[in-house]
Design a protein around this ligand. Structure first.
Ligand code: PXP
Length: 252
């Protein structure tokens, strides 16, 4: 159980705006510093094969400037493995990647790719990089993540966040709670991310097993209007308040 959830801020979409004009600004490196000033405990970026937002230059600079932790989301490919060895982020989060997708649409099939992923996890851990696997909230996938030696899992919260009815929302939340408990029993650190917004962060931050939330789109979108520091601070306050209430409730 962690008393405060760590907030990882994903700055990919600052780079998306920059790449829309192939301009030198806005700079995700500056955004990352401001996010840290606002209370981010980690900066997350996804270096995609097509380089549609974050560029190699960003990653190199972030490695030098990030004061908290740097989490690199990447596909399990030889090219990205080389980038990880060169950059040495604190954490690598392995994600599935499809060129046509707007954003990461689902979790890794850890069961289907267990042999290849096991090798990759071992190589990254040997380089002293903490390895997390982005998975759907599915017990079997999480069990396999533990079996192949991952340090952590990040639960894909997209279905919960996008649920249109109260019943589906409740069912998806129950699924996340159950799988988070399984992960912790298997000694995996449990993180969560995708689609988290100011309106739904409290439900996820209340799950004591979840120690880290990775949030991008909603924070960057809000930062356009209120600034990065404040957008991060507001998200952190909501997450922390919800966690504190959940901790108190658990002690009663
Ligand atoms: N975690 C992972 C593994 C992701 O791929 C993404 C999207 O890049 C996020 C978290 C952040 O999702 P969102 O931008 O919807 O907050």
């Amino acid at each position: 159980m962690s008393l405060l959830p760590r907030l990882g801020v994903n700055v990919d979409h600052v780079a998306t705006v920059r790449q829309a004009r192939h301009a030198p600004y806005p700079d995700p490196v500056l955004a990352a510093s401001l996010a840290e000033l606002g209370g981010a405990a980690q900066i997350t970026v996804h270096l995609r094969e097509d380089r549609r937002h974050i560029q190699d230059r960003d990653l190199k600079l972030l490695r030098k400037t990030v004061q908290t932790k740097l989490n690199l989301e990447m596909a399990a490919t030889p090219e990205m493995l080389r980038v990880a060895f060169e950059t040495r982020p604190d954490t690598v989060t392995l994600v599935p990647e499809r060129r046509q997708e707007v954003t990461t649409e689902g979790g890794l099939d850890v069961i289907g790719q267990k042999d290849a992923l096991k090798r990759l996890v071992a190589e990254l851990k040997q380089a002293e990089i903490h390895v997390s696997l982005f998975v759907d909230p599915n017990v079997e996938q999480v069990q396999m993540a533990a079996r192949i030696g991952a340090d952590a899992i990040e639960l894909h919260t997209g279905r919960f966040c996008e649920a249109r009815t109260r019943d589906v929302r409740a069912e998806e939340l129950r699924r996340i709670v159950d799988v988070a408990k399984t992960a912790v029993k298997l000694k995996l650190a449990c993180c969560a991310g995708h689609g988290i917004h100011y309106d739904n962060v409290a439900d996820l931050a209340s799950i004591l097993e979840i120690e880290e939330l990775n949030i991008g789109h909603s924070i960057v979108a809000r930062a356009i209007f209120v600034g990065m520091e404040r957008a991060v601070r507001e998200m952190n306050e909501l997450a922390r308040a919800a966690r504190q209430q959940a901790v108190l409730a658990a002690q009663r």
